[in-house]
Each structure stands twice: as structure tokens, then as C-alpha cells.
Design a protein around this ligand. Structure first.
Ligand code: GLN
Length: 344
């Protein structure tokens, strides 16, 4: 019988087939399938579980007492699938991650221009509780992801008194998380007793007419908002609500508008990890936010929200393990917002 193809033709067919298989694998590795997500999370957990760099925050005494070994990872896709690994029931205080969600509330309520005019949206390039940054700009050009801008943002939360503002915060946070959250009282009390620096920040902003409610009460609401207790799933659900344009992917409730999210994510990109935000975005290509309780969230727009909890922090105040894990997941699952498939 005569051969159907010449040797040369066969080589070409094989080469085309090999390229097709390779291309399929490349795009497969970037798809958010159940198998890919589970594998990536398991790998990240194993790879980084023994990392021992960093140290718990201790400027808030209660945070020094938190178990440093807590290590939880959660990812929630925008279609509501939940993936969890490690210490998923352990809760830590949300701390600065809360700043993202009060910012979202205020942008949603007052519009994107108001936060630019009244707080600012530029990176200060300084540590999160910098007083120099306030002085340098005479209270302007802060952003809601660092303490001065965050306390000013909390002062802008809807409500004419302390209780109204606080209840609005709790309602919105419950909506983002899709569950009832609670305040970690010992952490709240511990920080309220030692937050003289934040009180100074609030008063300095007040002097520059950049506080929009009583500075003492605003600092207290801010301190309480930072003490809300969350586990990795709560945080990843909150992040996924942002990834899903403001609609909680599980409860399907709209918490803030898609337009609000459009303005929240860029502030996370420029200032979410304080003065290390540039390094973070360079490595992950994702909007992120850290807290000194040991959590970090990352938002992959239109795809998923990720959260990792591990209390030991680096010098900038960002969880060491959480940074490693999210960088790994971003690469493995092709989440980097800036990765482009060139058109040929
Ligand atoms: N409540 C903390 C503070 O104001 C939050 C800081 C943080 O998480 N970076 O100091």
C-alpha cells in the first residue's frame, strides 16, 4: 500500500500538532479551573509553610500575642466557588485591609471626585502612619490606604453621629463578606489604649481642615473598624466582591457599584502595600491590600479574590508568607492584570 503522506509532510503535520498541544497547555495553565486552582493553592501552601521570616506587629500589644503559625489561604472566584487551605477557621483582626472597604463605601456614597478632593489618591511613598507625609503636603495628597487618609475617609462615612457611622460600616462589611462579622474586643481595647499616634494624625488633619467629623470619634471608629475579626474566607469573599464589580459572588447582593470598584482598585495598586506597593505590583500585577494583623488580599478583576493570613510581617508591615503565596498564585494561575497575549 502506498504511503498516504511523504516523510516531509509527516514531519510538518507532527510539528503543527506539537505546537497545538503546547499552545493548548499554555492557555490551560492560565484557566481558572477547579483542578488548576486546587493544585496551585496546595503547591503554594507546601512551598511556603515553613517560611520563618518576619515578626508579628507589636506596636499594638494584643497583636504580639496572636499565634504566629496561623497560615490560611482562600480564593473565591467571581462565580462563587470557594477554595480554602490551612488554618481556615483562625481569625485575625482585619486592620488596614478595612481601609479598602470604607474607601469603597465613601466613593459609592459621595462619588469618585469627593475622595480626590477631600482626601487624595496619590501614594505618599512613606510608611503607613507617617506624620511627615501630612506635613509635607499640609494635609493634602493623602490616600485612603494609609492612616491619615483612612481616618479622614472614615470621618466621611455616611451618618450624623458615631453610632450611625459605625452601624453603616458594619452593615457594609457584612455585605462584602457575605456573613456576620464581629469586633475582636481585646484587639480593639489594646489599640484604643495605645493609638496616640493615630489621634495625633487625626488632630493634625483637623488643623488642616481635612477631617470631616470629630477627630477623637473618627479615630475611635477607625480603630474599631481595624479590629473586625476575619478569617481567610471572609477576606477572600470581600476581595472577590471587588473582583466581581461590587456584587458579592455568593449572596449576589450588590454592595457597591462597578464604577466605585473602578476607582477603588487603582488606589490599592498605588498604595495597598504602603511604601512597598511598587514592589508588590511589580511582582503580582494585582491590586492588593495588607493589614498588620497578618492578612493580605488581592483582587484579580473579573476573576477572583484571594486572601492569605500569616501574622509575621516584614519591615514595611506586610505579611511575609502572604506576599510569597499571592505572587505564586498570580503567576501559576495567570492572574497578572498586565500580562498580555500579543496578537500575531
Ligand atoms: N490599626 C492599625 C493602625 O492604625 C492598622 C495599620 C495597618 O494595618 N497597617 O496602626
Amino acid at each position: 500500500m502506498k504511503n498516504l503522506f511523504s516523510t516531509k509532510q509527516l514531519r510538518v503535520i507532527l510539528a503543527v500538532f506539537a505546537i497545538a498541544v503546547f499552545a493548548a497547555n499554555v492557555s490551560f495553565a492560565q484557566e481558572l479551573t477547579k483542578a488548576n486552582i486546587e493544585a496551585a493553592i496546595n503547591e503554594a501552601y507546601e512551598k511556603f509553610k515553613n517560611v520563618s521570616e518576619g515578626k508579628n506587629a507589636d506596636y499594638i500589644p494584643a497583636l504580639a500575642e496572636v499565634n504566629s503559625n496561623i497560615f490560611g489561604i482562600a480564593l473565591v472566584t467571581v462565580d462563587g466557588q470557594v477554595y480554602e487551605k490551612g488554618d481556615i477557621n483562625d481569625k485575625v483582626s482585619i486592620q488596614s485591609i478595612s481601609k479598602v472597604f470604607t474607601m469603597a463605601m465613601v466613593i459609592d456614597d459621595l462619588g469618585p471626585q469627593a475622595i480626590m478632593d477631600k482626601v487624595g489618591v496619590d501614594a505618599t511613598g512613606q510608611v503607613f502612619n507617617s506624620i511627615t507625609a501630612i506635613e509635607q503636603y499640609r494635609g493634602k495628597e493623602m490616600n485612603p490606604c494609609v492612616n491619615p487618609g483612612a481616618i479622614a475617609t472614615t470621618s466621611l462615612v455616611k451618618g450624623s453621629n458615631y453610632d450611625e457611622k459605625w452601624n453603616n460600616i458594619m452593615t457594609a462589611f457584612d455585605g462584602f463578606a457575605g456573613t456576620k462579622l464581629e469586633v475582636n474586643q481585646p484587639v480593639y481595647v489594646s489599640e484604643a489604649e495605645t493609638n496616640q499616634r493615630n489621634q495625633a494624625i487625626a488632630h493634625l488633619l483637623f488643623a488642616y481642615e481635612r477631617m470631616y467629623f470629630d477627630p477623637v470619634q473618627s479615630t475611635d471608629i477607625y480603630t474599631k473598624q481595624c479590629a473586625i475579626n476575619v478569617n481567610a474566607k471572609d477576606l477572600s469573599m470581600m476581595a472577590s466582591t471587588l473582583a466581581n464589580g461590587g456584587v458579592n459572588p455568593v449572596t449576589k447582593k450588590s454592595i457597591v457599584s462597578a464604577e466605585t470598584v473602578e476607582h477603588v482598585l487603582p488606589v490599592m495598586v498605588t498604595a495597598g502595600l504602603y511604601d512597598d506597593s511598587g514592589i508588590w505590583v511589580y511582582k503580582t500585577g494585582l491590586p492588593g491590600k495588607s493589614g498588620v494583623g497578618g492578612g493580605i488580599i488581592a483582587v484579580a478583576p473579573g476573576k477572583c479574590g484571594i486572601a492569605v493570613i500569616s501574622p509575621p510581617l516584614d519591615a514595611a508591615g506586610n505579611s511575609v508568607k502572604a506576599q510569597y503565596v499571592i505572587q505564586y498564585l498570580s503567576e501559576k494561575l495567570g492572574l497578572n492584570m498586565y500580562s498580555i497575549q500579543p496578537k500575531k
